[in-house]
Each structure stands twice: as C-alpha cells, then as structure tokens.
Design a protein around this ligand. Sequence first.
Ligand code: AMP
Length: 519
Amino acid sequence: MATPHFLERVNDNLFVALRGAFAPDLDAPAVETIDAQPLVYSWRDLDRGTAMLANLLDSLELPANARIAVQTEKSVEALMLYLAVLRAGFVYLPLNSAYQAGEIEYFIGDAEPSVVVCSTKNFGWVSKIAFLAGTRQVFTLNDDRSGTLLDRAAFHDDRHAPAKKRADDLAAILYTSGTTGRSKGAMLSHGNLLSSAVVLKDYWGWQDGDVLIHALPIFHVHGLFVAIHGALLNGSKMLWFSKFDAKAVLAQFSRASLFMGVPTHYVRLLGEPGLEREACSAMRLFISGSAPLLPETFKEFRDRTGHTIVERYGMSETLMLTSNPYHARDGERRGGTVGFALPGVRVRVVPGAGGPIPAGEPGNLEVKGPNVFSGYWRMPDKTREEFTDDGWFRTGDVGSLDAQGRLTIVGRSKDLIISGGFNVYPAEIEGFLNESEGVLESAVIGAPHPDFGEAVVAIVVPRTGATLQPDALIADLKARIANYKVPKRLFLADNLPRNAMGKVQKNLLREQHRGLFAR
Ligand code: AMP
C-alpha cells in the first residue's frame, strides 16, 4: 500500500532544493565553458546528467553513507558528479587535484571511500592505493568528457528520484588540517550546506539575470559550495573557467554580474591594464575570501573600477561566517575587515579559557550556527577538543569585534600559511623535510608575498657533516607534494631559535624573513 501523503517526511536532500531552483525554462543555458572547448549546458543537461550518474551510483549497491572520493581536473562533468552524489544520497569527498601519492594514500586510508574517481593519467597509482584500502570501484573522469565514469553512466536512465535525506545527514567531507598531526575530515550535512547557501542568496542580493564567473577550484569550500550553490539556488548561469586567468576573466566581465575570487585573483586582475570602470560596468558584485585581502588591494580595486569588493570570512568546518554588507542599509563595506556575522550565525571573541572580553580587543574566535559542522570524521577526541561545553566551535582564528559587531581577523592561533588562497600546514612540510637525507630539523613559516598573500619559506638545519643544497631539497619536495606547498625559498641555518620550553620561536623567524618578497 502506498504511504499516505501526510505521513511522508519532507526531503531535506540539498539536491532537491537546488533542483527546485533550476531556471523554469530547462532549455536555458546553465553553464557555459569559456577556456575549454566552448560548450553550453542547459538546466535540462544538468538534470539528466546528474540523474544518469546518480543511477550509476545506485546500481553499485553501495552501503549507506558511502564516501565517493573525487580527484579530477575541474570540469562541468565533475560538477555533475558532485550533484549526483548528493542526489543519490552518498557522501562527497573532494580532493585537491595537486595532491600526490603520499597525500592520497592518507585520505583514502582515512575516509575508506567505496568509490574513487580520478583522471586517467593517475589511474595506475590511484587505483593501486584505493584497491589496497578496500575501495570497490575506481572510475576515471577527464576534463574532455572522456573516462569510464561517463561511459558507464551512458547506460543509465536519465530520470532519478532523489534519495530521502534528513537535514543532519552527512553530505560531504572536506579535509582540512591542523598545524600538528594529520588532516581532519570536516563532516558537513545537507542542512549545513543549505542553510549557508540560503543566507548568502539573500545577504548578497542574488537577483534575476545574475551571471556568475566561476574561476575557482571545485575541491574547496569557496568554489564548490559558496559559488556553485549560490548560482544554482538562484537559477543563474555560470561562465565556467577551468582555471583562473586574469585576462580571460576580465574579458567576460561585460557578460557577467558576479565574480568570486581569492585575494591573489584581485592582485592579478589589478595587473591587467584593461581593468577599469568601463570593463566592469555590467558587474554587480565582487566577492573576496579564503585569505585576507590587503587593504591596498581593496582600495586600488575601488579606485580603478568603482566597485567596492565585499570581503567575507569562513572556513571548511563552518562554511560562511561573516561578510561585509551588500546592501547599504546593512552598513558600509570596510577594507581590512570581514564584516558582520551573517544572519543566524553567532561569533564571539574569547580570551582563551572563555567569557566575554571588551569590544575591540582581539581574542580567539568561536562560532555557532546551523552552518557549523558536526565534527571531524572518526576523530571524536579532536571534535570534543574543538567545541566548547556549550557548543561553540573554536575556529583557531584570532580577531576582534568592534562595538557594532564588525569583525577584523588579526591572525591565526595556529601557524596555518595561506598561499594563493590554499592552506599550507607547516608541520606537514616540516615532516617531509625532516625525512630528507642530511636534514636534522626544519621550520616552515609564511612570509608576506605581494602576489600570493603569503609564500612558504623553510629554514633547514643540516646534520653535522652533511652538505645540503637548497635547490636540490626543493626539487625533491616538488616530486613528493603539491606545488603550492613547496617552499619558494629555503635557507640553511646552524640552529633554530627556541624558547625556554624548547619550542621553536616561529615569530622570530617570521620577523627575520618579513621583507623577503617585498616589491
Ligand atoms: P579553509 O578551511 O581552507 O576555507 O580555511 C579557513 C581559514 O582561512 C580560516 O580559518 C581563516 O584563517 C582563513 N580565512 C578565510 N577567509 C578569510 C578572510 N576573509 N580573511 C582572513 N582569513 C580568512
């Protein structure tokens, strides 16, 4: 007997909300590729493509909450795969396309995905790691629409009823990291993702006719969630770049209304002589996040284009937390600050052990809200440590709130380096360096860099009698870890500065190397 209608529970699957917001004309363009073979995907294409992929996933008879780990180049088909994983009710696990064997081995071992999708060129080593870790299926997907994933999906029906999900069911795991120990998988639910997307749609005034330039990677919270959910939830077309290129992006400003970038993108855009008012006259909104936007960049962009960048602040564990206002009624956009707590989000500044501190004084940032993740994958102790007894998440960032509630980030309590918008964890690079022959110990820090925000710098102490070549150490690292983590400069030293407790005084090293990349 069919379930009576009134007993059916509401389906909180994020895909259902996104699908419900597709443009009413399903044949209208949803995604247009710009820097690859020029193709236009309609809303119907997205619906059919995700249905076929979801049916393929269903046919594999995977366990509930199976993780689908994806390390591919950016493509519209990779976007469809993400949506298909939501649609079928499994858990999406994106991996940075730059990760090498040592990193992939850790993520696959930790997350135990049932399915892994990788580029054909990496199939040999990725599949070996995956099968050893118990993965059932390894598919390939390339940025030219080839690969076994699409070959197999082609046999499946192009209609699919989305899996029933509750708001607190797991939708995605984003691997982040700590300065000590290995990466942690932040568990995000359908409800976390939808609540953040709904708030941003309203706060940033998404409107009919908006067109988004999407030039961010799609393995990170910014490009995967903030940008994609924003466009889909508004039924807005995306102009899709496989990578950011300042000149090519600038050329599309006349056809778009929104751009989301990391500070490095804005620095690069300012390097283009064509960036002036006329070129940006069709644009409505420029958003920056993932790393601090220098006040000089904020000001120069306004002087050149007449647009005031909206800087926002968030993280993998919490999605978006604060934003400078879009509407003038909510206040002015102020450079060097990350604005106000978003509706429904609470932000407090604590001196360490808890309790309120005076407005304007910096302290540890703690946050609460429907957007905040439930915990780290299979790390209950770490999860307990990072949440207070009354349920606030300790962000690890240090900042101050003014009397109006405007937040300024002043630093990170841990030593995270953000280079070109990517997080680099010194402890990880130090680990690789310390394993190298002839290395006694090392310290990795970030030095201010005009283009990348921060650049990775390493200080290495050789073992007695060993002769080390900085260039050879760098070349060795390049073969082992993603390029953005490899130190831009490496210095040899007789010893590292330490405090009385034996801890390396990285603040002294940072000070020493502060002017290294000054223009
Ligand atoms: P991720 O989890 O990769 O998004 O990195 C999150 C971290 O990036 C935060 O904890 C902050 O330290 C930093 N971050 C993100 N947005 C901003 C911003 N607008 N200003 C300063 N730091 C930021």
